[in-house]
Design a protein around this ligand. Structure first.
Ligand code: ADP
Ligand code: MG
Length: 615
């Protein structure tokens, strides 16, 4: 019988293997940067176009390669880094498999120029889908420049699978940051589509972290240091009060490799126990050095997992060192969740003379009465703007023209809920409402009782309204007397730029966008000023960790985040008229049943249900 098994042609085998190493542009970035570091470069530049989909180029001033090595480097299992299996346990380089360049070359167009110090001329290679189509001597500085173009040109299915430029760019930046954070003595530069995103001079660890994460990071860092027989630990943790609502700033490096390790992450998180606000994640930049023989990194090249021999001991050491650092730097629990904003002295104080404080007692004050009884909801729905708010008038501006804005507000409310002002045509006929535990609005139709979650209902109402505003018309914006200045790190600035247009349409007015700050002089008119920075912080970190692909997704997510923050909270007392208003607005929504996050807004009980209960 004829044999039916045959060896795959090289280019097919290479493509298959390449799939393992090269999943997206960021994988190429990681491999090329690590090769440059392995080649002892002191300065590395990464040039990227369209999130790496059209170009990824790494230029280093490292050792370079001679003619033969230059050609060999693209062969599978060609490496200068190990000779025998034993070497795997003495690794001090990033690479060791000799697979990366072969894999990259199998699925892209590669151009390399490289030269060693000893040679006068370097080599210039052009490789397309594993074939060397040109190699000739060239004039080039010592070091290596590799340009990878048209990734996955020969695997359309993969190419189509790539995400938007924004998403791929985000992955590229992640990889860049990981490599840059662990090699502070190497200067790094990242240029995307011609604009310089990072320019990091050689520095120490702390300076590098600040360079990568933004100037604001410096004051947040608490050093961690510990040395035992098992591990040497250095690095920093973020002070708890700066903890973010995203996981973006958590970095473990083991023997100079970025790793993810849920168990060790838990060790750090548990050291922060009791110090963090709800849903906040600690940031950390921790560098662990362990005996290479005590870990197994001989795993999948794109994975970031590591197996330790002594996991439990490392857990305890990590936890106690972080705890110790937090304690030593006197980082005590932050309990003032609702700091009184009147305590903030943000304006020029020195011009005003000091006054002798007078004692002012509100004899009618009753601590058991709700603080926000006087119509919190009014301020936040806009629908209740009465003429008595006339002195606020000047603070409202329409982004498009300067019409009487109070009028506009009413016109707008009419559009949202025609029912409200044309009593006859109400889609929903309320027969009185009742608030239960400052959380539920109870109302009834002819045959049913409705129990409505007030926060969720308002969330739905605001969401639909915002969606319309962001996509169709600029929203009303509330002019701030004193512009709000937010310090942002480089990632946040990047996300902010992506979101800028949508934010403007949602009612934010941005007066200045600097390298590490943004000045906001107008906010959506229902957004309490005191919540603005928290909201934006949250918004940026949401988007930072996961940038939506399409414009619509972006608008949708923005509307959800904004609406959720702006919606009345449970625990807020609502006046009768506000309750009715809420119910009316809810039932003029397109989708009143569910919140934008698909949670039930209300439940129903029919009279028949009650009949059964009373049987
Ligand atoms: P690995 O890094 O696992 O050895 P690669 O395919 O990434 O495998 O690289 C193959 C070889 O090419 C390396 O071992 C190294 O000798 C050489 N090489 C790759 N990139 C560079 C570079 N930027 N400078 C000098 N030599 C390089
Ligand atoms: Mg390599």
């Amino acid at each position: 019988m004829n044999s039916i098994i045959h060896l795959l042609p090289d280019h097919v085998a290479n493509q298959i293997a390449a799939g393992e190493v090269v999943q997206r542009p960021a994988s190429v970035v990681k491999e090329l940067l690590e090769n440059a570091v392995d080649a002892n470069a002191t300065s590395i530049t990464l040039l990227v176009k369209e999130g790496g989909k059209t170009l990824i180029q790494v230029i280093d001033n490292g050792l370079g390669m001679g003619d033969t090595d230059a050609r060999l480097s693209f062969e599978r299992h060609a490496t200068s880094k190990i000779n025998s299996a034993d070497d795997l346990f003495r690794l001090h380089t990033k690479g060791f498999r000799g697979e990366a360049l072969a894999s990259i070359a199998a699925v892209s167009h590669v151009e390399m120029k490289t030269k060693t110090e000893d040679e006068d001329l370097g080599s210039h290679l052009i490789i397309e889908g594993s074939n060397i189509v040109q190699q000739e001597p060239c004039v080039t500085p010592v070091g290596t420049s590799i340009a990878v173009k048209n990734l996955f040109f020969n695997i359309p299915a993969r190419r189509n699978f790539l995400k938007s430029t924004t998403v791929e760019q985000k992955h590229v930046i992640d990889e860049f940051q990981r490599v840059a954070l662990v090699h502070p003595s190497v200067a790094f530069k990242l240029v995307h589509n011609g604009s310089e995103l990072f320019n990091l001079p050689a520095a120490n660890h702390r300076q590098r972290i600040v360079g990568v994460m933004g100037a604001r990071t410096n004051e947040k860092l608490v050093p961690v240091k510990e040395e035992t027989d098992l591990i040497k630990l250095t690095g920093f943790v973020g002070k708890p009060e700066f903890a973010k609502k995203s996981r973006g700033e958590q970095f473990f490096f083991v023997n100079d490799r970025f790793i993810k390790h849920p168990y060790l992450h838990h060790a750090v998180s548990s050291a922060f126990e009791g110090l963090l606000k709800d849903k906040a994640y600690p940031s950390y930049f921790l560098y662990l050095q362990v005996n290479p023989q005590s870990i197994d990194i001989n795993i999948h090249p794109t994975k970031t997992e590591v197996k330790f021999d002594n996991e439990h001991s490392i857990y305890s050491i990590l936890r106690s060192s972080v705890k110790h650092s937090l304690g030593q730097f006197n980082v005590s629990p932050v309990l003032d969740f609702n700091k009184d904003s009147s305590m903030d002295t943000d304006y020029v104080q020195h011009k005003t003379r000091a006054k002798i404080p007078s004692i002012d007692v509100d004899r009618n004050f009753n601590p058991f009465e709700a603080e926000k009884e006087s119509g919190y909801f009014k301020k936040n729905t806009g629908s209740f703007q009465s003429k008595s708010t006339a002195n606020w008038e000047s603070l409202y501006t329409e982004s498009i023209d300067g019409d009487d804005t109070i009028m506009d507000i009413e016109v707008e409310s009419e559009q949202i809920s025609p029912s409200l002002f044309q009593g006859q045509e109400k889609t929903y006929q309320s027969s009185g409402t009742f608030q239960l535990q400052r959380k539920y609005i109870i109302t009834s139709t002819k045959s049913e009782m409705l129990i409505i979650d007030q926060h969720r209902a308002h969330f739905r109402i605001l969401y639909e309204e915002l969606l319309k505003n962001i996509t169709a018309q600029p929203a009303l914006s509330q002019q701030l007397l004193f512009p709000l200045k937010l310090q942002l790190d480089s990632n946040e600035i990047r996300v902010f730029k992506i979101l800028k247009e949508s934010l403007v349409n949602a009612g934010f007015s941005i007066s200045e966008l600097g390298e590490d700050f943004v000045k906001i002089n107008g906010i959506p008119n229902r957004l309490p000023e005191s919540e603005t920075s928290i909201l934006l912080d949250q918004l940026l970190s949401d988007f930072e960790s996961d940038i939506p692909d399409s414009g619509f997704d972006q608008t949708d997510r923005l509307a959800k985040s904004l609406a959720q923050s702006m919606a009345i909270k449970n625990g807020t007392l609502l006046q009768k008229e506000e309750q009715t208003e809420l119910v009316n607005l809810l039932f003029s929504c397109k989708e009143p049943v569910l919140t934008p996050l698909n949670r039930l807004v209300f439940v129903k009980q029919s009279a028949a249900d009650f009949d059964k209960k009373f049987m």
